[in-house]
Design a protein around this ligand. Structure first.
Ligand SMILES: *Cc1c(COP(=O)(O)O)cnc(C)c1O
Length: 375
């Protein structure tokens, strides 16, 4: 039976093979040799040998998939991307401000998510908006050459894929070349594992899991070791990166079942050929959808072509009165959750790693048919 294609922005679709494997292992988890242990993963001690083996393999697979260098720690935390908006300044804002000097962080505002991040950081440090695309409704990316970076910021925060506005950085900036010694912090929640990462440019990357990695709540942090050890005294112990790193993400009980599901997704990603193979596929999927939109007289997308997201594709009908008919027809055609974010309106197709090309093909066929018969 073909499941419907689910275009949700998050929590988002997961490969059916992964869900089927989790179902098969729900009551009695088998180890790598197929030996059942008499417990489901949710019921295991996080310190027991069964979960330890799940954890070690999950971390190693992620390190391999994302090509994370040895001098970076991989942390599995909780609280989602939004909690990191506070946890990052609690840990990093004092980096370039020893002995009580003013703590400064630079932010590039490119959409709703980076805007939320800068607002939250204001509770913990001084915020400088180095650049913003608010003037054009978050549809472009300010050229890094025009950013107003502070001389003594502790870090520069970017959201490298704006899930709501559909704006994605085609490449990471080289802060050094822009005259900044700050650490680059990226929120890669909604495109992690969809493309390769140039770690030589990154100090810390964080992401909620519910777009490309697994269940909501689980939060991935990848942090360069030299950035650890600078947390503010008020930083909660469970959110102190150094404490979490020193305890293999088990200072407190980690979200064990979510880590296990992420591990199954990592194995699935490896079977697909890894992140570079995913990137090529994601490029083809996005191209097909944008070409369909651009060649139509009914649909349009507002984002500048040089920064259109490969993961989240917002689009509009020129006749907004037809939105409900479009969505009803889509549901009838087994194409789910295409309604745009309430702050933007229109439609949004999220086409994460687990969305196959066949799903995008079904969507564009439906869009063309709708335009032909109802446009
Ligand atoms: C989804 C998302 C978040 C929020 O994650 P929560 O788990 O809801 O806290 C943060 N940043 C980006 C870019 C996202 O797409």
């Amino acid at each position: 039976m073909q499941r419907p294609f689910n275009f949700s922005a998050g929590p988002a679709t997961i490969a059916p093979e992964v869900l089927a494997q989790a179902a098969d292992e729900m009551l009695d988890w088998p180890d790598a040799n197929g030996r059942r242990c008499g417990m489901g993963v949710m019921e295991m001690s996080h310190r027991g040998k069964e979960f330890q083996s799940i954890y070690v393999h999950t971390e190693a697979d992620l390190r391999e998939l994302l090509a994370v260098p040895k001098n970076f720690k991989i942390l599995f935390m909780q609280g989602g991307g939004l909690a990191e908006n506070a946890i990052v300044p609690l840990n990093l804002s004092a980096l370039a401000a020893p002995h009580g000097a003013t703590r400064i962080a630079d932010f590039v505002v490119s959409g709703s998510w980076s805007d939320k991040s800068q607002k939250e950081a204001r509770k913990y440090c001084q915020v400088n908006i180095a650049a913003s695309n608010a003037d054009d409704g978050h549809t472009s990316l300010p050229d890094p050459a025009t950013w107003h970076l502070s001389a003594n910021a502790s870090y520069v925060h970017l959201c490298t894929n704006e899930t709501i506005h559909g704006v994605e950085y085609p490449a990471l900036p080289d802060l050094k070349a822009l005259g900044s010694d700050a650490a680059l912090v990226i929120d890669f929640s909604s495109h992690v594992a969809s493309r390769t990462v140039d770690w030589s440019r990154v100090g810390l990357a964080f992401g909620g899991a519910q777009k490309n990695l697994g269940p909501a709540g689980l939060t991935l942090v990848v942090v360069r070791e030299d950035l650890l050890g600078h947390a503010l005294p008020i930083c909660p112990s469970a959110f102190n990166y150094e404490t979490v790193a020193n305890n293999q993400s088990m200072y407190n009980t980690p979200p064990t079942y979510s880590i296990y599901i992420a591990g199954l997704i990592f194995q699935w990603l490896k079977r697909q050929g890894g992140v570079a193979a995913m990137e090529a596929r994601n490029q083809a999927k996005a191209q097909l959808l944008y070409d369909t939109i651009d060649s139509s007289s009914l649909y349009f997308n507002k984002v500048h072509p040089n920064c259109r997201s490969r993961m989240n594709v917002p689009f509009f009908l020129r006749d907004e009165a037809r939105n409900d008919t479009f969505l009803e027809g889509a549901r009838a055609a087994n194409l789910l959750q295409l309604k745009g974010h309430k702050s933007v309106g229109g439609m949004r197709a999220s086409i994460y790693n687990a969305m196959p090309l066949a799903g995008v093909q079904a969507l564009v066929e439906y869009m063309r048919e709708f335009e032909r018969t109802q446009g």
